[in-house]
Design a protein around this ligand. Structure first.
Ligand code: ZN
Ligand code: ZN
Length: 137
């Protein structure tokens, strides 16, 4: 399936092919920090299909406890997280699902690092559901 990515300000655009069955949720502390939220959604690009269409992302190299180094690409203007790859394996690219036009067609099929998941995150379906910014009450 072809996907089209863009950051919030529109400076960076990219495209790739993905297998929609491989989308995952990551609850690790690094993903919480790097997104500013409770978890991250990613999906791998099929090797050789990733292309930057416009703009030049900024790269932050994150070093894991294991010592593995991952490049985190984001927009230098608006900060949107865009994609990631191993510093030593640049062709294995993971796309950040929230910046893809096709994100609604990429529901996650598994979740990882559940040991650091927020304790409430598995069940938000019972929370009050406003359709916009304002509370109902
Ligand atoms: Zn941007
Ligand atoms: Zn993570």
């Amino acid at each position: 399936m072809k996907v089209h990515g863009s950051c919030h300000c529109g400076l960076i655009k990219f495209s790739a092919e993905v297998d929609p069955k491989l989308t995952s949720v990551c609850h690790c502390h690094d993903c919480q920090k790097l997104t500013g939220t409770a978890f991250r959604l990613s999906t791998p690009a099929i090797a050789g299909t990733f292309q930057i269409e416009s703009g030049e992302p900024k790269i932050y190299v994150k070093v894991a406890e294991s010592g593995s180094r991952r490049a985190q690409a984001f927009c230098p203007e608006c900060g949107s997280p865009l994609f990631t790859h191993g510093v030593d394996n640049p062709s294995a690219i993971g796309l950040r699902v929230g910046v893809l036009d096709e994100r609604a067609q990429l529901p996650p099929t598994w979740q990882k690092w559940c040991s650091s998941a927020m304790p409430w995150v598995q069940d938000i379906s019972q929370l009050e559901q406003a359709q916009g910014n304002a509370r109902n009450s």
